[in-house]
Design a binder for this molecule. Structure first.
Ligand code: THU
Length: 159
């Protein structure tokens, strides 16, 4: 029997995070105000920390033709790859605001974003740390998108 295991952190509160991650999560919490989410009313913000310390943000952008919409993670990373194609990606923080008012638990990236971040890691030649938190409450830190996507499909499979 083979087992897939990975390590992750669970901080009880954002205040316990190292400063750089605390700031990154705050950036994700702030940018989500600009989300275009009239259909789900689930606003998501993502903030990407680059190797040179810059922070690039993105939000979810929905569309009346629902599948056209894009998640905050891919929106932020598309900006990074377009504008800073050679900069190392260190981490991505993701937060959300739901209409239910229940915003006190981390939301983990959807499957499509896991796949997208996994390819960014390949391009980056290094894993990307994921910092996931609501508006309050615990924060989960995962050290690679591939930990959330075992047996992932990637460029290697197209060789
Ligand atoms: N959403 C994200 O932005 N990121 C995720 O990882 C999960 C879902 C967005 C997509 C859609 O606009 C809304 O949240 C509800 O699914």
């Amino acid at each position: 029997m083979r087992t897939f295991q990975f390590h992750y952190e669970e901080y009880q509160d954002a205040q316990e995070l190292p400063d750089a991650w605390k700031e990154l999560l705050k950036a994700a919490q702030q940018i989500l105000a600009t989300a275009h989410a009239p259909y789900s009313e689930f606003k998501v913000g993502a903030a990407v920390l680059l190797g040179d310390g810059q922070v690039i943000c993105g939000v979810n952008i929905e569309n009346a033709s629902y599948p056209v919409g894009i998640c905050a993670e891919r929106s932020a990373l598309a900006s990074v790859i377009s504008q800073f194609p050679h900069e190392k990606i260190e981490a991505i923080a993701v937060s959300y605001l739901s209409k239910s008012g229940e915003n006190n638990l981390p939301a983990f990236p959807c499957g499509m974003c896991r796949q997208f971040i996994s390819e960014c890691e390949d391009r980056n030649h290094a894993p990307i740390t994921l910092i996931l938190g609501g508006q309050t409450g615990p924060v989960s830190v995962v050290y690679s998108a591939k930990h959330l996507l075992p047996f992932s499909f990637g460029g290697k499979d197209l060789q």
